[in-house]
Design a binder for this molecule. Structure first.
Ligand code: FAD
Length: 522
C-alpha cells in the first residue's frame, strides 16, 4: 500500500470509507477515533448483556447499493428468530442461499416489521396520525369537531409558509397541529415550531399530508409489500419492513471494523483530532490527542472527515473569521437515553398483532403527553429478541430525552436522572417503580445537527473546505446534514470513488441526500 488515507471517526461513514478503500484501491486507511467504541451514534451499548441503541436504528435504504453492502456483510435470516418461533409467525424468508439461522448463528440480519404509535391522553394513536375510527374515539367528540373544522379551514385559507408552524397548520389544521405536533416538536428541538423555518418542515415531514396518510392506508389494504425492504416508492415515515442485525446496529459496525483490520486497515482508538495543518490547497497532516493529552501527528495523501464540521473548522491552522464564525454557530441537539430492565410493563397489547406474553407490539412509542419530558420510548424486545438477556421474563426499554449539552438535563446527576425518568413513566401509567430491576444511562453528544443558528450560511463553510482538494467531508455531523446511516455511507462511497477517479469536485458528495422527501423522521 503506497498511499495513506487518514479517516476521522469510526462511525458508519468512516468505516464505510475505510472498507471501500481496502476493497477498491491500494490506499491504506487509518481511522482515528476519539472514543473507545465502534459505530458512532449507530453503536449498540451493552449493559450486562442487555443491548440498546442510541435510538433504535432501522436498516433501510432506497439505495440498492447500500442494501447490498449490508447484506454482503450480514446475510439475511432464512430461518425464524426466537419470537417468530414463539408466535408461530410465518415470514417469507429469502430462498436460494445458504441457511442463516439466528437461533444458531450470530452474524445474521433479521427482517423486522415496524410498528410505532403515539401515546397521548394515556391512549395509543396511529403513527403517522390517521383519521381512523380509533383516533376519533380517542380524541372524543369535542376535540374531533374542532380538528375537523380547523382542518377544513386550513384547506381553504392557506397561511404564508414562513415557519414550521405555518407549514404544519396548512397540512393538518390548527387543532391537530396543537394536539400532535406543537409540543412534541419543541420537546425534540428545544425550539418552538414558530421559530423554525418552514423549509425545514418540508424535509422533516416530507411529502406527508392527510391525503397521503389515507392513500397509504388504502394501498396497505390492496398491496402486499411483505418482503420488499427497499420500498422505493414509499414515504420514509411509512416504511414498514426493515433489516436489523441480530445484536443491534453496533454488531454490524463491529463486524465491518474487524474486516477492515483483517484487510490491512488500522483503527486508532481514544485519539481525538484537534489540529489540521494545511498548505495552500491541501491538508498535510492532522494531530490527535490521546486521553492523557499527548499529541500525535498523522500525515497522509487523503483526509476523510466525519467529525462534526463545527469542530473540524475550529481545528484548522488557517481560516478566515467569517467561516470560523459560521461554523461556530452551527447548532446541535443532544440526547440522553435511559435503559430500564423491567419485570413487565403496565400497558398491554390492545392491537390484533400477536405478541410475546401479550406485551405491547410497538418497537418505539412517541410520547406526546404534555406532563412529561420523555420524547420516545424504545421497546428493545421488539427490535430483536436477542438484544435482551432474559427475553422471556424481562422487558428491556429505552427512554429518550432530547436536550442540549450543558443544560439542566445534561448536567443532572446520573442516578437522579434515572429516578426522574422512572418517575415520568410511572406518572403516565406505563410502568410501576417496583417492577424496575436495573437501569443505565448513556449520553450522546451532537445526535442531531440542527438547521437553524448559522446554518443558512453553511455554503461559506462548504466552499472553504471544498478548496482543499485532498479533504472529503462525509457523514452526518461531517456534513452537518440530517444523514441516516445509508446517506452517511453513500457520502463515504462517493468520496472514495472521487479519490479513485481523480475527481476534484466535491459536489457529488454534497448531492447525496438532497432528495427533499427522504430524511429520518423522529
Ligand atoms: C436517535 C437517532 C435515531 C436514528 N435512527 C436511525 C435509523 O433508524 N436508521 C438510520 O439509518 N440512521 C439512524 N440515525 C442516524 C445514524 O445514527 C447516523 O446517520 C450515523 O450514525 C452517522 O454516521 P457518521 O459516521 O456520519 O457519524 P457518527 O455516527 O456520529 O460517527 C462519527 C464518529 O466520529 C468520532 N469523532 C467525532 N469527533 C472526532 C474527533 N475530533 N476525532 C476523532 N474522532 C471523532 C465519533 O466518536 C464517532 O465515532 C439515527 C440517529 C439518531 C440520533
Amino acid at each position: 500500500m503506497s498511499k495513506t488515507a487518514i479517516i476521522i471517526g469510526a462511525g458508519p461513514a468512516g468505516l464505510t470509507a475505510a472498507y471501500e478503500l481496502l476493497i477498491k484501491t491500494d490506499i491504506k486507511p487509518v481511522i482515528i477515533e476519539s472514543s473507545r467504541e465502534i459505530g458512532g451514534i449507530s453503536k449498540t451499548f451493552n449493559y450486562k448483556n442487555n443491548r440498546m441503541d442510541m435510538g433504535g436504528h432501522r436498516f433501510f435504504s432506497k439505495s440498492d447499493r447500500v442494501m447490498k453492502f449490508w447484506t454482503d456483510i450480514l446475510p439475511l435470516q432464512t430461518r425464524p428468530s426466537k419470537d417468530d418461533i414463539t408466535l408461530n409467525r410465518t415470514i417469507n424468508f429469502p430462498k436460494n442461499q445458504a441457511e442463516h439461522d439466528p437461533q444458531t448463528q450470530d452474524n445474521v440480519m433479521l427482517i423486522r416489521t415496524r410498528l410505532s404509535r403515539i401515546f397521548f391522553l394515556r391512549k395509543f394513536f396511529d403513527y403517522p396520525v390517521s383519521l381512523s375510527f380509533k383516533t376519533m374515539k380517542n380524541l372524543g367528540p369535542a376535540r374531533l369537531f374542532k380538528a375537523g373544522f380547523s382542518y377544513l379551514y386550513s384547506a381553504i385559507v392557506k397561511r404564508k409558509e414562513v415557519s414550521l408552524e405555518d407549514f404544519m397548520i396548512n397540512r393538518f389544521g390548527r387543532e391537530l397541529y396543537n394536539t400532535f405536533f406543537k409540543d412534541y416538536t419543541e420537546k425534540v428541538w428545544g425550539v418552538a415550531p414558530e421559530n423554525i423555518p418552514a423549509d425545514w418542515g418540508a424535509q422533516r415531514i416530507k411529502g406527508l399530508s392527510i391525503i397521503k396518510v389515507f392513500t397509504s392506508a388504502f394501498k396497505k389494504v390492496f398491496a402486499s409489500s411483505k418482503n420488499n425492504v427497499s420500498q422505493k416508492n414509499v414515504e420514509t415515515s411509512l416504511i414498514e419492513k426493515f433489516y436489523y442485525p441480530k445484536y443491534g446496529p453496533g454488531h454490524f459496525w463491529e463486524i465491518l471494523a474487524k474486516k477492515i483490520v483483517e484487510k490491512g486497515g488500522e483503527i486508532i482508538f481514544d485519539h481525538k483530532v484537534c489540529a489540521i495543518e494545511t498548505t495552500d490547497n491541501k491538508v498535510v497532516k492532522v494531530s490527535a490527542k490521546d486521553t492523557n493529552g499527548q499529541s500525535y501527528d498523522y500525515a497522509g495523501e487523503y483526509f476523510i472527515s466525519s467529525m462534526p464540521v463545527k469542530e473540524l473548522i475550529a481545528s484548522f491552522d488557517k481560516k478566515d473569521d467569517k467561516t470560523a464564525q459560521i461554523a461556530a454557530g452551527l447548532p446541535y441537539r443532544d440526547f440522553i437515553t435511559v435503559g430500564l430492565l423491567l419485570k413487565n410493563l403496565e400497558i398491554e397489547n390492545d392491537t390484533k398483532i400477536p405478541s410475546v406474553k401479550n406485551r405491547v407490539p410497538d418497537l418505539w412509542i412517541y410520547i406526546q403527553e404534555r406532563d412529561v419530558k420523555i420524547g420516545r420510548l424504545q421497546i428493545f424486545n421488539n427490535w430483536s429478541p436477542y438484544l435482551v438477556s432474559d427475553f422471556e421474563n424481562t422487558v428491556w426499554i429505552g427512554l429518550e430525552y432530547f436536550c442540549n449539552e450543558g443544560d439542566e438535563f445534561w448536567n443532572m446527576d446520573e442516578k437522579d436522572f434515572m429516578n426522574f425518568a422512572i418517575g415520568e413513566l410511572e406518572k403516565i401509567d406505563i410502568i410501576k417503580k417496583e417492577n424496575v430491576l436495573d437501569s443505565c444511562l448513556v449520553k450522546v453528544e451532537k445526535a442531531y445537527p440542527a438547521y437553524f443558528g448559522s446554518y443558512n450560511e453553511f455554503d461559506t463553510v462548504k466552499n472553504f473546505t471544498d478548496k482543499y482538494e485532498n479533504l472529503f467531508l462525509v457523514g452526518r455531523n461531517g456534513q452537518h446534514r440530517y444523514n441516516n446511516m445509508d446517506h452517511s455511507m453513500l457520502t463515504a462511497i462517493t468520496a472514495v470513488e472521487n479519490i479513485m477517479n481523480g475527481i476534484k469536485t466535491k459536489e457529488n458528495i454534497w448531492q447525496v441526500n438532497t432528495e427533499a422527501d427522504y430524511h429520518e423522521e423522529k
